[in-house]
Write a protein that binds this ligand. Structure first.
Ligand code: CUA
Length: 347
């Protein structure tokens, strides 16, 4: 029955735990409205034939419907609408409430690509790998305009907005490849803003992840040409790359030397005196503020020359940067300048 209706309505495969429920509601709504519309249409045709005016002088008698009929007209559609609402609302709440044990993936959308970032794993562009049978929560933000993350086979669709996070989740049931589409018009490249979710059997996924962590070399047959994977051992390591990319090291040292800007070594938890005479303790909030709005609190002895990185860095990148700065402590500090390629692309 399910398959019959699915094919009848040209719906894609059902590849997540949500899919069947969403489709069942869809069949129910389509079927009831279809039956109602059919009944109205057929009755109209029958009545046209049955009550055709027979003479020029014939008039239509005034019909006063009974209370029962009036009540039925109001209550039957009302009950149906409320039923759809009740079922749909339950599904909406479920889709909006990721389970606590879900695996997190950060999603950054920008014209016109999807970037995926696992907190303790690889980054990838346009390709998201997930294990089957495990809830995956997506924390999504956009670098430019509104996009929308849509995987038809999962029946998952959620807007991705600049300047804020939205979240959604899914539990993929069937290993395979599924297309990710952007479903908000976001400019000339909207139609090419496509990605791919690769759902792997859990064991295979684990092997892939382990291999990736062990070496940044390509894994045979596992990387498609649109996938660029860079390996990061930790969020702090990602932060180091962000800092190198954004040119932070032109002004900030990580070995304690005073330069254009304060050194990042042992910065976290340090008490700084501001040009206003106020004293502050450097915490995550101050670090984030200083990246976004550098002139808000200038440390004494430094010129107010740092540009703002508002709109230049996405949420996950700022988080990574802050983690990196926090990791720079005398006991564990890297005293050599950052080196190596900014990315370790794999083809
Ligand atoms: Cu991004 Cu449409």
């Amino acid at each position: 029955m399910n398959e019959f209706f699915r094919k009848l309505l040209f719906l894609p495969e059902q590849a997540s735990t949500f899919a069947a429920g969403v489709d069942h509601l869809h069949y129910f709504v389509a079927l009831t409205t279809f039956i109602m519309a059919l009944a109205v249409g057929v009755l109209a045709v029958v009545f046209i034939a049955l009550y055709k005016r027979k003479s020029e002088t014939q008039t239509t008698p005034h019909v006063e419907p009974t209370m029962m009929i009036e009540a039925a007209f109001v209550s039957v559609p009302l009950v149906l609408f409320l039923l759809w609402f009740a079922v749909g609302f339950r599904q909406f709440v479920e889709q909006d409430t990721p389970p606590a044990d879900a695996m997190d993936v950060y999603v950054m959308a920008k014209k016109w690509m999807w970037k995926f970032n696992y907190p303790d794993g690889p980054n990838s562009v346009n390709v998201l790998r997930v294990p089957a049978g495990r809830p995956v929560r997506l924390l999504m933000t956009s670098q430019d305009v509104i996009h929308s993350f849509f995987v038809p086979e999962f029946r998952v669709k959620k807007d991705v907005n600049p300047g804020r996070y939205t979240q959604t989740w899914f539990n993929a049931t069937t290993p395979g490849k599924y297309e990710i589409l952007c479903s908000q018009y976001c400019g000339a490249g909207h139609s090419i803003m496509r990605g791919e979710v690769i759902v792997m059997p859990p064991a295979e996924y684990q092997t892939w992840l382990d291999n990736l962590k062990r070496s940044p070399l390509p894994q045979d047959g596992l990387n498609t040409d649109i996938e660029k994977v860079s390996v990061n051992s930790s969020l702090a390591e990602q932060g180091r790359r962000v800092a190198a990319e954004q040119g932070c090291f032109k002004c900030h040292t990580i070995d304690g030397t005073k330069f254009t800007g304060p050194t990042w070594l042992n910065m976290f938890g340090r008490t700084e005196k501001l040009i206003t005479g106020e004293k502050i303790v450097v915490d995550e909030a101050y670090m984030t503020e200083s990246i976004m709005d550098p002139l808000a609190k200038i440390v004494e002895g430094y010129a107010p020359v740092m540009p703002s990185f508002q709109n230049k860095l996405a949420g996950p990148e700022i988080a990574a940067l802050v983690e990196y700065m926090k990791s720079l402590r005398t006991d564990t500090a890297r005293t050599t300048p950052p080196e190596g390629p900014l990315y370790a692309p794999v083809h």
